[in-house]
Design a protein around this ligand. Structure first.
Ligand SMILES: NC(=O)c1ccc[n+]([C@@H]2O[C@H](COP(=O)([O-])OP(=O)(O)OC[C@H]3O[C@@H](n4cnc5c(N)ncnc54)[C@H](O)[C@@H]3O)[C@@H](O)[C@H]2O)c1
Length: 281
């Protein structure tokens, strides 16, 4: 099985390395040579930490690293590939261009998968002449740690393509779940959004403080982090933009971002990365 990964940012670099750790031959492409170099360096750091911890033999680590071959040339990356995973910036016009290029350059029977968090594959598949071989494969950050892939079928995705995507996820040591139809937010983000929105509603209505809501969720539902702590961890701007996206996509007033969340974002209190969000760091 030959995999090509297009886009060597936070997601693409680790998608490629995860597959290579499970014996898959991978070509990792980015248009930026600097990103390619960063990806190689970062992957070496992650894999070698496993060696230091005694979790991986040095020879296996070196093999896994050498199984990811890098390039800035798209045609070279997809030459002879059975499967392509796209992980470029979350920009529809850019992704459509990349899909059209992939359709030209990749073998005609190769599957073209997108790691987009928000774009159902139908928004990209019609930029190709093989919409039946296009599918969403939504990985979670950090891919080397998070054991889940949401495989989402678009209206034109074939059964064979869905099976090949599920198989690719398994081949790279990841658990795949299948969504039979496109839906905004897929499964995980919908459930996360629903719970987070409810947490903010409780806060905005003065039912409880954010620390107590976090404690309730952590101790009562056994989630590793409550919604406010998680928001600080991922960045409150990310949480806010996700809320805004859902609100604008549906027009549903119940999904409007919380005024208290908006105030944090406007004040530049974005969580860990700025030293303060709901909590201080
Ligand atoms: N970061 C996350 O938590 C996360 C989780 C799940 C899914 N995603 C999705 O994964 C995708 C990538 O996200 P990321 O966080 O890795 O982004 P990123 O900004 O870290 O990386 C994007 C990479 O794409 C490259 N790129 C841009 N245009 C290109 C082109 N034409 N050809 C080749 N490479 C190109 C950039 O140079 C960059 O290295 C997005 O669609 C995002 O929605 C992200």
């Amino acid at each position: 099985m030959r995999l090509a990964v297009v886009g060597a940012g936070s997601m693409g670099a680790q998608i490629a390395q995860q597959a290579a750790l499970h014996g898959v031959e991978v070509r990792l492409q980015d248009r930026s040579l600097e990103q390619v170099r960063k990806a190689v360096e970062s992957n070496r750091g992650h894999v070698m930490r496993r060696v230091e911890k005694g979790k991986l033999a040095r020879a296996e680590a070196e093999d896994a690293l050498s199984r990811v071959r890098t390039t800035t040339d798209l045609a070279e990356a997809v030459d002879g590939a059975d499967f392509v995973i796209e992980a470029v910036f979350e920009d529809m016009a850019l992704k459509r261009t990349v899909f059209a290029e992939l359709d030209q350059a990749a073998p005609p029977d190769a599957v073209l998968a997108s790691n987009s968090s928000t774009m159902g594959i139908s928004k990209l598949a019609d930029a190709t002449a093989r919409p039946e071989r296009c599918v969403n494969m939504h990985f979670f950050y950090p891919v080397l740690v998070m054991d889940l892939v949401e495989v989402v079928r678009g209206p034109q995705t074939s059964d064979d393509t869905v099976e090949r995507a599920m198989e690719m996820a398994r081949a790279m040591g990841r658990t795949a779940v299948m969504l039979n139809k496109e839906i905004d937010g897929f499964i995980v983000n919908r459930i996360l959004h629903a719970a987070t929105q409810e947490a903010y509603r409780l806060l905005d209505n003065g039912v409880a403080g954010f620390e107590d809501i976090d404690t309730a969720v952590e101790k009562g539902l056994n989630w590793p982090m409550g919604p406010f702590r998680l928001g600080d961890f991922s960045g409150l701007d990310v949480t806010y933009n996700a809320r805004m996206h859902m609100y604008q996509a549906t027009g549903d007033e119940r999904l409007r971002p919380s005024p208290q969340l908006e105030a944090k974002v406007k004040a530049g209190k974005l969580g860990r990365k700025t030293g303060e969000g709901w909590y201080r760091y």
